[in-house]
Design a protein around this ligand. Structure first.
Ligand code: C2E
Ligand code: CA
Ligand code: CA
Length: 693
């Protein structure tokens, strides 16, 4: 017995291609569901089974024996059935399960299928006398079928589970192993055949035979396999594409739902998130009787950081505030951003109100710390309002509203502090709203007037200047002091208008006094931070002066220390411009801000006004006295004039004079007076004050 080597090679190639395609189809079955998986199994079984069968048929044709061989066409076709079924079962097992046990089972089924096909195929020769079998060789061929298939399939299963990188050539290796097995089984099976010397094939004349037929079968089978492979690859591409789209859609959906519940800038929970949280938490707190507190945190003067240093610096600063807030509370508490410079903290199961106060203190100290953003030293203090469940509100909306009101109250009490909600705040809020609306009209209706408080030399008690203090002659409420309407004006954007009204009244007054020939002294005007930051401010000043023909040195502008320190660079630029125009400048409420000495030196001011809290505290608190003396000494070094505010007793006046403070202001000398009463003081300018009154 000998073999045509070309046909042997062809059968081997066909078997290897067959196996490669089989493995590719396994992947399709694994990634398909329902009918698609069944279809792939059926399609694969047909293509692969017929491939193995074609390989076997070519293998038979490769056999070169002296007798003419032919095959019973029905039986030959039938011999494909076991291998098609076995291939189907194998594909299904591998595609659906892919476990090690199923790989062994699939290997055995496929091996048996191959063996069955081989022996059925040989039977289709219808040899006379019948072929005999060499049992050891037949057993070897069966063994090879089982072992080879199992090994190749197991190898494939291992590759399947591994990472992608080496898959391609490892799969080729498994395919060669399986193809080799299939061919090996066939040729070993052929070795096991024993033809009698005078044997003839009954099908030699009528059955299937000839090289052309064999080649045609292999061509068709090869094409079928290539087609399967092509469809399989295309399908894989399609599935990957669909999976990628599904993944992207999933990510987009996740991102959207994240955005709906978070603040993009700080990645903190947002308002919707906090409302949800409270709606879940409050019923639980009611049942289990634990407390919940809501804190409203708002930054003082954040807007000016944004306006003067730009939004990027503002954003970065907000992120650092978010970090500071998170660092101030326990990890189970919730820190959220409601937008702008508004943050909300939700705390549960705190021990006591004292505990909440301690947390507020911590927030105050951590958030107030200056940070460096893009080379700028930036800081803002927080104002905090606290509302507690169930005492201050039964639901999320009223808790948040009341915490907000308490925060407003903290702002009113000088900012940089915290307040607990109290029911009267609701009335106050209503009142504020009303007053704010009335203020708008008051500005039009000349209800705003100016009172003047003199600054006197502590030594000789001579009047050296006046301070203009706004008053509101309210039709129903009487004379209102600035504390009740200046913050309102600042909050509602009316402050620039208020400033203009005061400025023009002062200018008109000065022009009048001058016309009456009174000796004039400089008049100080209080300027809010918002006004300095307004680009129209300088132009408005200059216009008023021009209208009344006044020289800028008759005016002094008082800017609070905290305002002068905020957004130092921009403020400094504005102040320098005013200095160039010839205005005097003073730092008001000195000692309450946190100025750095180096910054203080840069400010174009001639005067600092020591805050009245130091003057009044000095009697009781030695530290206040030390600070005041230190401020005076410092001012001397910097060649600045000091003015002490709020002097109410002779004792205060005496120690201030002794400490080196030259000028004072306070009820001890003269309270703020309406304009009509000022001329008498001015006329006494060259004489001690006591004689004038
Ligand atoms: P300020 O600039 O610190 O003004 C001094 C305040 O101390 C005045 O209060 C004055 O009446 C009060 N005062 C004077 N002497 C004494 C004293 O011996 N003892 C005590 N306890 N207080 C004394 P006023 O008039 O109520 O003004 C309050 C604040 O309102 C001012 O504080 C100033 O910051 C602001 N303000 C007043 N007028 C204007 C204005 O036209 N524009 C702006 N932006 N702010 C203004
Ligand atoms: Ca002042
Ligand atoms: Ca002051």
């Amino acid at each position: 017995m000998s073999y045509n080597p070309w046909l042997v090679a062809l059968s081997l190639a066909l078997a290897a291609l067959d196996a490669y395609v089989a493995f590719s189809v396994v992947g399709r079955i694994a990634r398909s569901r329902g009918p698609a998986a069944v279809l792939w199994t059926a399609f694969g079984a047909l293509a692969m089974g017929s491939g193995v069968w074609a390989m076997h048929f070519i293998g038979m044709l490769a056999l070169e024996v002296p007798v003419t061989l032919g095959y019973d066409s029905r039986q030959t076709a039938l011999s494909a059935v076991p291998v098609v079924l076995a291939t189907g079962a194998t594909l299904w097992l591998l595609g659906r399960r892919g476990t090690r046990a199923s790989a062994v089972m699939a290997g055995c089924i496929l091996g048996l299928g191959m063996a069955a096909m081989h022996y059925l195929g040989v039977h289709a020769l219808h040899m006379r006398p019948a072929v005999a079998w060499s049992l050891p060789w037949a057993a070897a061929s069966l063994l090879l079928a089982l072992a080879g298939s199992t090994a190749a399939i197991s190898l494939h299963s291992i590759i399947w589970r591994r990472e992608r990188r080496h898959r391609w050539w490892l799969r080729l290796l498994a395919a060669l192993l399986l193809g080799g097995t299939a061919t090996g089984v066939h040729y070993l099976g052929m070795v096991a055949l024993r033809f009698a010397p005078d044997a003839v094939s009954l099908e030699a004349q009528t059955g299937l035979r000839g090289l052309g037929l064999g080649l045609a079968i292999s061509l068709v089978s090869g094409l079928l396999l290539l087609l399967t492979l092509g469809v399989s690859l295309a399908h894989r591409q399609l599935q990957r594409h669909t999976a990628a789209i599904a993944r992207e859609l999933g990510q987009a959906r996740d991102a959207l739902s994240w955005l709906a519940y978070h603040d993009e800038l700080t990645a903190l929970p947002n308002r919707a998130n906090v409302l949800d949280l409270l709606d879940r938490l409050l019923p639980l707190a009611r049942d289990e009787r634990f407390e919940v507190a809501v804190m409203f945190v708002d930054l003082d003067g954040f807007k000016s950081i944004n306006d003067t240093l730009g939004h990027e610096v503002g954003d970065e600063f907000l992120r650092s505030v978010a970090d500071a807030l998170c660092a101030s509370v326990r990890s189970r508490d919730t820190v959220a951003r409601f937008g702008g410079d508004e943050f909300v903290v939700v705390l549960e199961r705190f021990r006591s109100e004292d505990n909440l106060s301690a947390i507020c203190q911590k927030i105050l100290s951590l958030v107030s710390r200056p940070v460096t953003v893009a080379g700028h030293g930036v800081s803002a203090t927080p104002s905090i309002g606290v509302a507690m469940f169930p005492r201050d509100g039964e639901d999320s909306a009223s808790l948040l509203r009341h915490a907000d009101l308490a925060m407003y109250s903290a702002k009113e009490h000088g900012k940089a502090g915290y307040c607990f909600y109290q029911p009267r705040m609701r009335e106050q809020a209503r009142d504020r709203l009303l007053l704010s609306a009335e203020l708008r009209e008051a500005l039009q209706r000349d209800e705003i007037t100016v009172h003047y408080q003199p600054k006197v030399e502590l030594d000789g008690r001579r009047v050296v200047g006046l301070e203009a203090l706004a008053r509101w002659q309210h039709p129903e409420r009487g004379l209102l002091l600035p504390n009740s309407f200046v913050p309102l004006a600042e909050a509602s954007g009316l402050i620039a208008q208020l400033g203009q009204v005061v400025l023009r009244q002062v200018a008109r007054q000065l022009a009048q006094w001058r016309a009456r020939g009174l000796p004039l002294v400089p008049v100080a005007i209080n300027v809010s931070l918002q006004e300095i930051q307004n680009d129209q401010f300088v132009a408005g000043l200059v216009a008023a002066l021009r209208e009344f023909g006044l020289h800028p040195n008759l005016f002094e502008l008082e800017i609070t220390e905290s305002a002068a320190m905020k957004n130092a660079e921009h403020t400094l630029r504005q102040l320098r411009q005013l200095e160039v125009l010839g205005f005097q400048m003073a730092i008001d409420d000195f000692g309450t801000g946190f100025s750095s000495l180096s910054h203080l030196r840069q400010l174009p001011t001639q005067t600092i006004k020591i805050d009245q809290s130091f003057v009044q505290g000095a009697g009781r608190n030695p530290a206040d006295r030390d600070i005041t003396e230190a401020i005076i000494a410092l001012a001397h070094k910097l060649r600045l004039t000091t003015v002490a505010e709020g002097i109410e007793t002779e004792a205060q006046a005496a120690w201030l004079l002794e400490a080196g403070c030259g000028i004072g202001q306070g009820f001890l000398f003269v309270p703020p007076l309406p304009a009509e009463q000022v001329p008498a003081l001015l006329l006494a300018e060259r004489t001690p004050l006591a004689n004038a009154l």
